[in-house]
Unconditional design. Structure first.
Length: 136
């Protein structure tokens, strides 16, 4: 249960970073300040539900697309969020493409970096219990 809570917290933080960076870089991508929490919740929920579903479908029907599942999940998550809330507005096909790439890339980077800051003590304890020397 604790691992699930940590995963959800990291996913929310990573998605928040991705959405905010994208909003600052792309003029056609805007998030309503008041609706940011709703946008973040819908986008994260969509990714949580769609990720495993699209992964399963890619293995079952189109194995060549398996590597792109994260990008497709990000795009569909943005689409669902855009359709279900007024808090997110994406204008133009190029903005859709760049937004998908930027949100995905920032999310990946944040998911790799954030645990080092937020779960440093837990990671150190886990390494010590395994006998692995600490990093850095």
């Amino acid at each position: 249960m604790l691992r699930l809570m940590a995963t959800i917290a990291l996913e929310l933080m990573a998605n928040a970073v991705g959405l905010l960076v994208t909003a600052s870089l792309l003029p056609g991508f805007s998030i309503n300040v008041l609706g940011f929490a709703v946008v973040l919740a819908i986008f994260t929920a969509a990714k949580f539900v769609l990720g495993p579903l699209l992964t399963k479908l890619s293995w079952q029907y189109v194995r060549a697309l398996h590597g792109g599942v994260a990008l497709v999940t990000t795009f569909v998550g943005l689409l669902i969020t855009n359709l279900t809330t007024d808090g997110l507005v994406i204008r133009g096909m190029d903005t859709w493409l760049y937004a998908t790439l930027i949100v995905w890339l920032c999310g990946v980077l944040a998911a790799l970096i954030l645990p080092l800051f937020f779960f440093k003590k837990a990671l150190t304890t886990a390494r010590e219990s395994r006998g692995t020397p600490p990093v850095g």
